[in-house]
Design a protein around this ligand. Structure first.
Ligand code: 5GP
Length: 199
């Protein structure tokens, strides 16, 4: 997607050798107009596939997922709650006190070098759902694999994974495609060379 690639070239910053910082338009400050274009493009790519829900992981996936939902005419968006492992007890107590039945799965965070747990309330998904996962980045595929585990626990089906930015030099795509998951990346980064992005 040309507009996204241009924005990455203008404002993206390569840090620690293999992390792309996009705080100015995705992760910290959100460029709403760009997100709208991103959502339209995502919806266009996945339209006509009988998607009933769009799934994302808080918090950076929410903006693009909302615009995708708007254009794909899907009735609902899921936000998977994520939490550092140290917060589980507190979160679990909250879930218990609300009498919410949840599925949980653990995911290794690529950027934060830690683990977190994804939580999904059982009452918002069923075996009739065909679910598109939308997230900001695809790197090693851990976050997407965690989301897929939860969708499968509910016996729902996965329509695919749509990401804004794929780091194609990492194994995420291969891991997902080998499980039969369709992956769409709006910007695919081949490499970082001398601190510069190469598509
Ligand atoms: P994966 O689970 O595929 O290894 O990593 C995907 C998750 O890690 C994304 O949800 C994103 O939050 C984070 N991530 C991975 N690589 C990058 C990166 O280069 N920049 C930023 N900002 N986030 C990343």
């Amino acid at each position: 997607m040309k507009a996204l690639e241009e924005k990455i070239l203008q404002e993206g910053e390569v840090v620690d050798g293999d992390i792309l910082k996009v705080d100015g338009f995705v992760n910290h400050q959100v460029d709403a107009l760009l997100m709208e274009e991103i959502g339209k493009d995502m919806a266009e790519h996945f339209k006509g596939q009988g998607i009933t829900k769009v799934f994302t992981i808080e918090s950076s996936g929410i903006a693009p997922a909302l615009f995708t939902v708007k254009d794909i005419i899907s009735p609902a968006i899921f936000v998977l709650e994520s939490e550092p492992i140290r917060m589980i007890l507190k979160k679990q107590q909250t879930a218990d006190s609300l009498k919410t039945e949840v599925w949980q799965t653990e995911v290794v965070s690529y950027t934060k070098d830690t683990s977190y747990r994804l939580t999904l309330a059982k009452n918002y998904i069923s075996d009739e759902d065909h679910v598109l996962i939308v997230d900001d980045f695809l790197a090693n595929g851990e976050a997407a694999t965690g989301a897929i585990r939860l969708i499968r626990k509910a016996h729902a089906t996965v329509a695919g994974l749509g990401v804004l930015i794929e780091k194609a030099f990492q194994p995420g795509r291969e891991k997902l495609e080998s499980q039969g998951i369709h992956v769409y990346a709006q910007a695919s980064i081949k490499a970082f060379e001398n601190g510069k992005v190469v598509f």
